[in-house]
Design a protein around this ligand. Sequence first.
Ligand code: BGC
Length: 796
Amino acid sequence: MKFYWTMNAAESGCGKKCAMICLLCVASFLAQISSAQSAAPQTKNEAVNANPLDAPGLEEKVDALLQKMTLEEKIGQLVQYSAGQATGPTSGRTDDRDMIRKGQVGSLFNVTGARETNALQRIAVENSRLKIPLIFGLDVIHGFRTTFPIPLGLAATWEPEIVEKAARVAASEASSAGVRWAFSPMVDIARDARWGRISEGAGEDPYLGAAMARAYVRGYQGQRLDATDSIVACAKHYVGYGAAEGGRDYNSTEISEHTLRQFYLPPFRAAEEAGAATFMSGFNALNAIPTSANPFTLKQVLRKEWGFRGFVVSDWNSVGEVQAHGIANDAATAARKALLAGVDMDMVSNAYHRNLLQLLQSGQIAQSDIDEAVRNVLRVKFAMGLFDHPYTDENKESSAMLRPESVSIARQAATQSLVLLRNEVVSGVPMLPFSARIASLALIGPLGDDAGNMIGSWGALGRSADAVTLRRALGEKLGDANVHYAKGTGFLNGPDSDIAAAVAAAQSSDVVILALGEDAPTMTGEAASRTWLGLPGRQEELLEKVVAAGKPVVLILFSGRPLTVPWAFEHVPAVLAAWFPGVQAGNALADVLFGAAAPAGRLPLSWPRSVGQEPLYYNALNTGRPEADPEHPAEKGEKKFISRYIDAPNSPQFPFGYGLTYTTFSYGVTQSSAKQLPFASLQNALAEPAHQSPVVSVSAEIKNNGARAGETLAQLYIRLEGTSVAMPVRMLKGFQKVALAAGESRKVTFELSADTFAFWGAENKFAVEPAHVTIWIAPNSAEGESTTLEITGTRQ
Ligand code: BGC
């Protein structure tokens, strides 16, 4: 945990002298510590490095340079274009080199390669008056050349260490190609699987999301941001974008301040605390104010409360789109509103380039508004060492890519991202893992041999030629002649004869693997929202016909979201959620299918039964008429007037945190070291700088009931009742992987600090309140045997 005590004291306008007593400072300090509450605490491996943006001497460098800059040069630092065709499709400019020479561009993206970036950098550094280097960005989302599982898959590992390693590999590859800035991590909380971009984040939970956010930032930015192999992280899309109404991309969002603070902001806060040097504002309107012109989220929360020192870049044209939102009737007003709200850099819209000068001359913005934004940009450029080493070594680029150790991390990450959803007993044994005796196998479906799709959306420089498909991996394992591959159908369509050929392949094989799901580039990621979450095209028909052939079937779902396939969950003996696993897809899947590795992934979201349940998330409020409350008067005898659907249960198909493996575990009753925690002592603990110290420990006995060693993911949930605002039926507050030998039992303990119990209450601050607390140590969000404790006392 990192504190901004001194900085906040200074920022709140009273300087160091009164820092110890000033009420404003105390309030600010409390806001700082408490706003971190719902972000997950660091694991022992996550020691926090000093924030590179606080490095001594940085401000002096920034100030000295700022003083030399003309107004045009200052505005130039706030302008970003997509390279490619000149300065990019939306810029309307064809004179990019001239613009760089004149200092009219601060950043370019979508240009990669040491030679290519160096050539442009040379213009900035050698031919522009002040020699300010460009920062080159890119959507490095789940790897650069070595592609890892999509972020939703990485979240399914519940393994921040592997995510950090993946991000480190991405940093080293990207930086060797001149890219020193990743537009990642996307830390949007997503509760609605219709939204295509659910694939790009860590799912629905703020605690897991915060852990993942930190891991990416630490991986990208490394031990030292100014190292040549580190890249700047960008926490996006700030904020609330994932709550797009109806799951329709770019749609508006309405999020109360409580919900924003409690659920949507914590992963951003965690990224900021981990030192993320940039943020990206969003496309969405949040409570009727576009997030790229939203002073509350950008200035009040990010800058004032959190003390963010980096810069904010807009999303693609999102400054321009402020007009379409309807709060600016021309581009100049859009630029003014965005700048004043706290967007420092304009991605491609041209609104800053064209309007800031005139806005200043007409007195609509102040010199200090521009200076502040330029300072933020320059601070990052200095902190990342760009002035000291603006160029990239052209001789090292190719050797940085796809190193064997990187590929092995990709295989590990992919293996751990696979979630086993179902594994029924067939002929006396669980369907998976396969026994070694399989003589022939039918591999059926459009995703069985589609290398490009293994990369997933936002593939950066990932190449399909590098990706191992399931067909290739199985062929290597069983011999090509024993793997009967039949595509069965395309994603959306295909002839009857292909389905017939697939059924024939199934009939002539011992077992069948069906590789079905979504086409990553067109059905997942940005602008890929869906109103129906079943298998696209004829795939459901293919599935049912192949299962009817009577052979044991394993269904592997490749997707950027949970898919509603209830028939499969009833009729197919084994189902594995594979997301899009990256370059090592086939090898990772073969490892798990044949038992070289056990499935370790757990769902980072609630898997719906039907699209009509969306938005669906486990950490929901109870309502006044909950479904499963037999004591409720409305439920006695009559089941109608409760909060439920008349045609489906409220519960998901599979709960958040769920996932099977090749052995089974039982969780004993959760025990707590204390039955009462005085409210006042928790409050004091929260106010102390070391407020992470434990106030209670909870434990449960976990037993491996099977005949094989295995690993379970012990998850800690709490519920608070009697509080000033209604709190969710469960909230994740910890997790740990527990490896147990066959038959072994172990007591697993979680040490809980005061933060665990703090939340954004009715008084509009993070605090602890007297409450009845239920605590579960459980294998997922729907199971576990709880204990209770009381936070006693009264609030002043
Ligand atoms: C996306 C961002 C991305 C940006 C730059 C936008 O359309 O929303 O996530 O970083 O483009 O490519």
